[in-house]
Design a protein around this ligand. Structure first.
Ligand SMILES: NC(=O)c1ccc[n+]([C@@H]2O[C@H](COP(=O)([O-])OP(=O)(O)OC[C@H]3O[C@@H](n4cnc5c(N)ncnc54)[C@H](OP(=O)(O)O)[C@@H]3O)[C@@H](O)[C@H]2O)c1
Length: 242
């Protein structure tokens, strides 16, 4: 599908990568861009349409699907980027909290908008994943699980939605220069560049975007993850703990 003249909804569009997704959509000629945000007053871009949308709230998800009934491109960007280990005092609460948003909230969005996309002729659905879909680092353990779950769901949902002509795109990336990555050292992608490459993939009908070499290498190493992935992850984890 073409971005020009599409009608898009981006979740978590008030800041970070979501704000860049919305801006790039405007710049590439989308007919309308709905900017989902828990607090719509936080959406400052005058060219988008703010929509109150907490993806963990079934009432708000249903209201968004009704109000944005002309959507042809859904970008599931929102995430609860809460870190914490498995053995910390809040581990169970964090694990439930991140799963509620990143997996169940995104699933609720996919379910609510599948009929909307079908009515529009198929369209496309983008799920924002991560390099961390492919491995688990214990200080971000419960969060990593949510991206692995969402990756698995995305692969199954793609098959289910193919019947109605909806393209399902999974995007995996290393660090992107947003608030969520502020505490981490090293090179980070420019959010606008990430957004542009995602929409190139949508236009080309590509089902997966592996944003950088490290992400490509992580996925390619999966058959030998204990040998090729986890020693480096463990070394990083130990270094971070000092
Ligand atoms: N930054 C990275 O290095 C990186 C790397 C790979 C993948 N990603 C993925 O890219 C996406 C965007 O990340 P980011 O870096 O822009 O994160 P971010 O700066 O933490 O922004 C997260 C966005 O999600 C929204 N959000 C959180 N919970 C929500 C909920 N229940 N309902 C609706 N919106 C909610 C936040 O809204 P509030 O302002 O209300 O909190 C905010 O707009 C995420 O899926 C993330 O996992 C990021």
């Amino acid at each position: 599908m073409q971005i020009e003249d599409c009608v898009a909804l981006v979740t978590g569009a008030n800041r970070g990568l979501g704000r860049a997704f919305a801006r790039v959509l405007v710049e590439r000629g989308a007919k309308r861009v709905y900017a989902g945000a828990r607090d719509p007053e936080g959406v400052r871009d005058p060219d988008v349409v703010p929509v109150r949308l907490d993806i963990t709230r079934p009432d708000q998800v249903a209201a968004a699907a009704e109000r944005c009934s002309d959507v042809t491109l859904l970008v599931n960007n929102a995430a609860n980027v809460r870190v914490g280990s498995y053995l910390g005092p809040d581990a169970m609460e964090i694990a439930r909290d991140v799963m509620e948003t990143n997996y169940l909230g995104t699933l609720a969005m996919c379910r609510a908008f599948a009929p909307v996309l079908a009515r529009g002729g198929g369209g496309a659905l983008v799920n924002m994943l991560s390099i961390i879909s492919f491995f688990n680092r214990p200080d971000m353990g419960p969060f990593s699980v949510t991206k692995a779950a969402l990756w698995s769901m995305t692969n199954g949902l793609r098959i289910e939605l193919r019947a109605q002509g909806t393209l399902v795109v999974a995007v995996h990336s290393g660090f992107i220069d947003t608030e969520a990555a502020a505490g981490f050292p090293g090179a980070k992608h420019d959010p606008a560049d990430v957004a542009g490459r995602v929409f190139d993939a949508v236009e080309a009908g590509r089902e997966e975007v592996l944003m950088d070499e490290r992400t490509r290498a992580a996925k390619a190493a999966l058959p030998r993850d204990l040998e090729l992935i986890y020693p480096e992850i463990e070394a990083q984890y130990r270094a971070a703990r000092g």
